[in-house]
Every structure is written in structure tokens, then in C-alpha cells.
Design a protein around this ligand. Structure first.
Ligand code: PMP
Length: 428
């Protein structure tokens, strides 16, 4: 038996489903998840010694690739001084300064340990600030696993066909209004009817948890004008898009100034770190200044902060995002060409270092369209690629990620593998 299979069997004894986060389980694509032993640059190695080109990058954080020397050095330096203090440190002030400099809408920021904590706290803050309970979210968007947000959500909930989790009190779910992504008319109607009860809109400004879905310019504008007109807050959940789609996140690309922003993944450089921040008058409502409580033993952890600062410094280098964007565009264009050669119904798009591949005729613009893509073809493609040492997200409903270490050699290898994979689909 392979080490992967043996480990997965063992893991299931004491870990539900053998994994510590559901999407890792290969639940929708079938087969045994790979247990990773090591990563370097664009590559990961599993416990059987098989090497893969990694297009998951720990689900987004690893924009510099695995085990980047500058990040490792910063982490080790910080660790030698102690792992946690539960008291303020100079480095967290540096990171807060950096984040507020880079993201113009962020006047103040608080550090937390996961994206879930960031969104959960931002929502509580929005409710505390406005004195209202209702929240608008969009179908297929995933904002972590806090109760209010597990209603018609994306990511693993979508993958496993359970978009609204059990265990969420009906009374809590009742305050979450779910609308279709990109549907301006639905948004206008809801604000017209209930605008005075809505605390906030929370949105993935570029959705990456129902595969990659881009917002229309009208949708972006409507969210900002409606919230402003009705005294609600606009929360950009940039946990995935933050410093992934560009140097000023999605809001920089959209030219929108949200009231609150959630960050995660890239800002922690692979360590457990996330953040939420925004308007100073809103952030002033947080304890110890204000009445909205939010806290964390490990918040602003010095080792995680060190990884975050090192990562943000590296991505600030000249041409970083131009190169990443070009490389990611090259990747999806190459895949598209290979599919076209085999007449497989397939399309792609990318933005910054994030990409979507769809087994459908046209690029989807919302949840309903994503659901019509050919899942059997995706599963075939996923396994054919995996066998050839290309590691993609094990679900048709996740975005993919390219790192600064993915060069033309890795892309070429990927195209050769894709040629065979599309051929298998065409022959089936
Ligand atoms: N928001 C978005 C947009 C995300 O993509 C994710 C995680 N994929 C989260 C929130 C939750 O972050 P975490 O898994 O760190 O709790």
C-alpha cells in the first residue's frame, strides 16, 4: 500500500474524514488525498516521493511559492525570540502600517488568525456600528464558517452539495439575505424593501469560491451606491483576492473604497494570520475603544506577522504583479489551446495570480452558470493531471493559484500533461 493510502486510512481513525478541512478530502473527485511531506518553489512532494507542480499554493497564501528563503528566514528569526507573548510587539505595528499604506480604504486594521475570524469580526462590527441585524451575501460566495455566513455558501459547501450547513440556528440564518452574484436588480429590490434593516453587504469582490467569477462593473457600482444611500456598510472580503489580484487588492482594480476589508491568505505568507480593517470611525467601535467585542490569544502572533511582512515586502518588488499576471495568463491560454486542439468544451480566465478553468462553452458569470459546467470532465482532467504530477484544486468549484516560482518550464510541463488529459476526455 502506498504511504498516502496508509496515512489516509490511519487518519480516518482519529480525524473526521481524515482531514482537518473538508475540501482536502478529495470528496467530489474521488480517490486518496495526497499527504504532503515538503514543498519548494512551485513544487510539492507527497509522502510517496511523487513530485507535483502545485497550482493550489495552500489555497492562496503561497504567492512566493513554497519555503521562500526570505519568508523562512524572517520566521526563524522571529521564532528564536519567542513564539507568542499575548502582549503588543513592534512587528505588529509595522504590519498594520504596511497594510494601511498599501490598501487606501484601510485607515485602521486589526490582526486575527484566520479568514473566518476576520469576516466574523467584520460582520459583528458592522452590526454594532449600524445597530442593524440583516446581512446581504451572494450565492456561491464563501466567507469562512461563522454561522451567519454558512447560508448558500461556496467552496467545500458547494463541493459537497450542502451549501447551507446544519447546526446554524434558523434565527441566525434568517438575518442573512442571499442574492445571486452580479444581479443588480435583485440588490436594488432588497435595498428598496429592507434597506433600513441592512447592516452590511459582504462580498467576494472577485469570487473565487465557486470557481473564479468576475463581477460586472454595474454590480460593483450598485453595491457601493446602495449601501451608501441606505446607511449600510460595504465589506469587501479580500481574504482570497487581497494582494493576489494586484498590489492594492480587488478594490484597487475596481476603484472602490469599501467601508471594511477582510484580508487573509497572502498577508500571512502561509502562517495563520488574517486581518480586518477600514474606516477609522467604524474601527473605533471595537473594544477596548468601543462596545463591539473582539479578541484573540494568538492575534498578531509574532511568527505569523514576520511571515506576513516578509511576503508583503517581496511582492512589492518591481514588476512583481506584471510578471505574475503574465505568467498566469500564459498558463490559462496554453490550457485553452490544448483543449481546443482536442475539441473539448473548455474555457478559462485569469486575474493577477488567480485563475479559473471551466468545462463549459462560455465563462460563467454566476452560480447558476457554474453549476452547469461538466463535472465528470473536470474529475477526469483532475486525475489525469494528478497522475502526471500536476496538482490542481480537487474540486470544479475552486479557483487556482500561480506563484512567482511558476516559470515557463513548469508551464510547458503542465501543457504536455494537459494535452494527454484532454485527449483522454476526448476519447471517453
Ligand atoms: N473568505 C474568503 C473569500 C475565503 O476564500 C476564505 C477561505 N478560503 C475565507 C474567507 C476563510 O478563511 P479561513 O479558511 O482562513 O478561515
Amino acid at each position: 500500500m502506498s504511504h498516502n493510502n496508509a496515512l489516509f486510512a490511519r487518519a480516518r481513525h482519529h480525524i473526521p474524514g481524515g482531514v482537518n478541512s473538508p475540501v482536502r478530502a478529495f470528496g467530489s473527485v474521488g480517490g486518496t488525498p495526497r499527504f504532503f511531506a515538503r514543498g519548494e518553489g512551485a513544487y510539492v512532494w507527497d509522502v510517496d516521493g511523487q513530485r507535483y507542480i502545485d497550482y493550489v499554493g495552500s489555497w492562496g497564501p503561497l504567492i512566493l511559492g513554497h519555503a521562500h528563503p526570505a519568508v523562512l528566514e524572517a520566521v526563524m528569526r522571529a521564532a528564536r525570540n519567542g513564539l507568542s507573548f499575548g502582549a503588543p510587539t513592534a512587528a505588529e505595528v509595522d504590519l498594520a502600517d504596511l497594510l494601511c499604506e498599501r490598501v487606501p480604504s484601510m485607515q485602521q486594521v486589526r490582526l486575527v488568525s484566520s479568514g473566518t475570524e476576520a469576516t466574523m469580526s467584520a460582520i459583528r462590527l458592522a452590526r454594532g456600528h449600524t445597530g442593524r441585524d440583516k446581512l446581504v451575501k451572494f450565492e456561491g460566495c464563501y466567507h469562512g464558517h461563522a454561522d451567519s455566513l454558512l447560508v448558500k455558501a461556496g467552496s467545500g459547501l458547494l463541493t459537497f452539495g450542502n451549501p447551507s450547513s446544519a447546526g446554524v440556528p434558523a434565527a441566525v440564518a434568517a438575518d442573512t439575505i442571499v442574492l445571486p452574484y452580479n444581479d443588480v436588480a435583485a440588490l436594488e429590490t432588497v435595498f428598496h424593501e429592507q434597506g433600513d434593516q441592512i447592516a452590511a453587504i459582504i462580498v467576494e469582490p472577485i469570487a473565487g469560491n465557486m470557481n473564479l467569477i468576475q463581477p460586472s462593473p454595474a454590480f460593483i457600482t450598485a453595491m457601493r451606491t446602495l449601501t451608501e444611500a441606505h446607511g449600510a456598510l460595504l465589506i469587501y472580503d479580500e481574504v482570497m483576492t487581497g494582494f493576489r489580484v494586484g498590489p492594492q487588492c480587488a478594490q484597487g482594480l475596481h476603484g472602490v473604497s469599501p467601508d471594511l476589508t477582510c484580508l487573509g491568505k497572502v498577508v500571512g505568507g502561509g502562517m495563520p494570520l488574517a486581518a480586518f480593517g477600514g474606516r477609522a470611525d467604524v474601527m473605533a467601535k471595537l473594544a477596548p475603544l468601543g462596545p463591539v467585542y473582539q479578541a484573540g490569544t494568538l492575534s498578531g502572533n509574532p511568527v505569523a506577522v514576520a511571515a506576513g511582512i516578509a511576503t508583503l515586502q517581496e511582492i512589492d518588488g518591481p514588476g512583481f504583479f506584471e510578471n505574475l499576471e503574465q505568467q498566469t495568463a500564459n498558463l490559462v491560454e496554453g490550457l485553452r489551446k490544448e483543449a481546443a486542439k482536442q475539441s473539448v468544451s473548455f474555457c478559462t480566465q485569469s486575474i493577477g495570480g488567480m485563475f479559473g478553468i471551466y468545462f463549459s462553452k462560455a465563462i460563467p458569470t454566476g452560480f447558476a452558470e457554474v453549476m452547469t459546467s461538466d463535472r465528470d470532465n473536470f474529475n477526469l482532467f483532475f486525475h489525469a493531471m494528478l497522475e502526471q504530477g500536476i496538482y490542481l484544486a480537487p474540486s470544479a468549484f475552486e479557483a487556482g493559484f500561480v506563484s512567482a516560482c511558476h516559470g515557463s518550464a513548469e508551464l510547458e510541463t503542465t501543457f504536455v500533461a494537459a494535452r494527454r488529459a484532454f485527449n483522454q476526455i476526448q476519447q471517453k
